[in-house]
Write a protein that binds this ligand. Structure first.
Ligand SMILES: [Cu+2]
Length: 405
């Protein structure tokens, strides 16, 4: 079968995917658990010569496996929503495990990163947003993902779910070329918050991730979140904050370069990424996406679960004027939450969750506490909190005025 692409970029063929899959399996065995599986991944159409690349896993590894009959399980469709919102979900599961059906439709789209400078990017997205939508399920559920790559796309995509087990997180089983879809089912065996991201192979992996192609999954314990003593922890609201580092190419005059179609910036982007200095670090895709009209709303007394994801780079979230009352820093809900943090840590390639009950009204800046990144590169969100001020917690005893001795 001949496949026609409208991309100018070199793409590994499906034949290459299968060819190198056997090598990946061999490397896994020989390496005795050496991680990750890596090898020279050569293909004639490589844009930047020969590079080390993560190898896709063979579809063939699943061929002889016994079928699993899940026909007895109820199915529910989860309607995904764009960040900073979360899909409708139960904090405590009712009933037994379910099959949660979600549809991730890939969209390659031109997005403004910073209105002030005109910086823009041909974002590679799941569902049209950066990050992709939050998926929520409970431990023991099965998530059945339909990944759709429309014919209008320029590029091949796939998805690696850190919440799943096997086949590079599903990345080896979900390569879809433009005009294809694939359905992957994985079991939510570990409760917590996890990244998912595109990982099509080679340099395309950081290229896609740094063009917005990542999101998060939250796997709740069936009986909900708990503190270290086993007492239930509940939230009144949940916000999903996706941190994105961009490496936007600049021309000789210092202006952000513009491109006509997704993928056209490939070589320039790789050059910019090699410097490891992001041009932007933003929440939810763009500078100011979560300030002003996009500010997050809450009120005194409300408990908010803040899910923070960063697919590529370390981050240090801090709520200015508040704290993390409870913190699942590594994202695992299997472990008791830590408490009372001023600033927490999100590892690149991970999502974490912090729970806070607002105690004062006002505007809270939620930043990464590298304040250069927060202020100069864009990583600032605002919570606007309504309610009654508590003078016991804080009071201005005298207004600013002349110094008196
Ligand atoms: Cu992709």
């Amino acid at each position: 079968m001949t496949k026609v692409f409208n991309s100018p970029l070199p793409l590994p063929s499906r034949r290459d995917v299968l060819k190198y899959a056997g090598l990946a399996g061999a490397a896994t065995m020989v390496g005795g658990g050496a991680s990750p599986v890596q090898a020279k991944y050569k293909h004639a159409r490589a844009a930047v010569g020969r590079k080390h690349a993560l190898l896709p896993v063979a579809e063939s590894t699943t061929v002889d496996a016994p079928e699993v009959d899940l026909s007895h399980l109820p199915r529910v469709k989860q309607e995904l929503v764009a960040p900073p919102f979360a899909p409708v979900h139960e904090q405590v599961a009712t009933g037994g495990p379910k099959i949660v059906e979600v549809r991730l439709e890939i969209e390659e789209k031109l997005m403004v990163v910073d209105e002030d400078t005109g910086a823009e990017v041909w974002a590679l997205t799941y569902g049209g947003s950066v990050p992709g939508p939050l998926i929520v399920c409970h431990e023991g559920d099965y998530v059945e993902v339909t990944l759709v790559n429309p014919a209008s796309s320029a590029l091949e995509h796939n998805v690696d779910f850190h919440s799943s087990t096997g086949a590079l997180g599903g990345g080896g089983l979900t390569h879809v070329y433009p005009g294809e879809q694939v359905v992957l089912r994985w079991k939510a065996t570990k409760p917590g918050t996890f990244v998912y991201h595109c990982a099509p192979g080679g340099e395309m992996i950081p290229y896609h991730i740094c063009h917005g192609m990542n999101g998060a999954v939250m796997v709740l314990p069936r009986d909900g979140l708990k503190d270290a003593e086993g007492n239930p922890l509940r939230y009144d609201d949940i916000v999903y904050i996706g941190e994105q580092d961009y490496y936007l190419p600049i021309d000789e005059d210092g202006n952000y370069k513009t491109y006509e179609f997704a993928g056209e910036d490939y070589t320039d982007s790789l050059d910019a990424m090699r410097g490891l200095i992001p041009s932007h670090v933003v929440f939810n895709g763009a500078v100011g996406a979560l300030t002003g009209e996009g500010a997050l709303k809450s009120k005194v007394g409300d408990t908010v679960l803040m899910v923070h994801t960063q697919a590529n780079r370390d981050s240090r979230p801090h709520l200015i004027g508040g704290h993390a009352d409870y913190l699942w820093e590594g994202g695992s809900f299997s472990d008791p939450p830590m408490t009372g943090f001023e600033t927490w840590f999100i590892r690149g390639g991970a999502a974490g969750a912090a729970l806070y009950t607002f105690k004062q009204p006002g505007v809270y800046a939620y930043v990464t506490h590298n304040l250069i990144e927060a202020v100069l590169l864009g990583a600032t969100a605002h919570f606007v909190v309504e309610g009654q001020w508590d003078n016991d917690l804080m009071a201005q005893i005298s207004e600013p005025g002349p110094i008196s001795i």
